[in-house]
Design a protein around this ligand. Structure first.
Ligand code: CU
Length: 129
């Protein structure tokens, strides 16, 4: 049986199906864990990803952390770095078993901190190429 494309689209529309162009290929997701021992740290501390990839930070422990790409919230502003033109962003507090995801759409090197444990070296880097 031959179904004309237009008729097929109308059929889908009548069924409540929205016909759209295929979505762009989705990027991959890279996981970063927020560890408490032997000190607060991002594991891995550096991730290398491609434009369109997502980083997902998860806090498996009871100590609150953050993922802060905002120099205004860092103890040492130079611990945070963003590619030119990228606005600062921040996860807010990440409690036990919570997570925060961010999709990176601009190439460059990003440096971030946990605003609670930056002083003990809880810093990380995302390199987007
Ligand atoms: Cu922390």
């Amino acid at each position: 049986m031959t179904i004309h494309r237009r008729a097929f689209t109308q059929l889908l529309t009548s069924l409540g199906v929205v016909v759209t162009a295929p979505a762009l290929a989705e990027g991959k997701t890279v996981e970063v864990s927020m560890k408490n021992s032997p000190k607060g740290m991002f594991v891995p501390a550096t991730v290398n990803i491609s434009v369109g990839d997502t980083v997902k930070w998860t806090n498996p422990g009871v100590i609150t952390h953050s993922v802060t790409f905002d120099p205004a919230q860092a103890t040492t502003a130079s611990d945070v770095a963003l590619p030119k033109g990228v606005a600062p962003f921040d996860s807010g507090n990440i409690e036990e078993d919570a997570s925060f995801s961010h999709t990176f759409t601009v190439k460059g090197t990003y440096k971030y901190v946990c605003k609670f444990h930056e002083a003990m070296g809880m810093v990380g880097t995302v390199v987007v190429s």
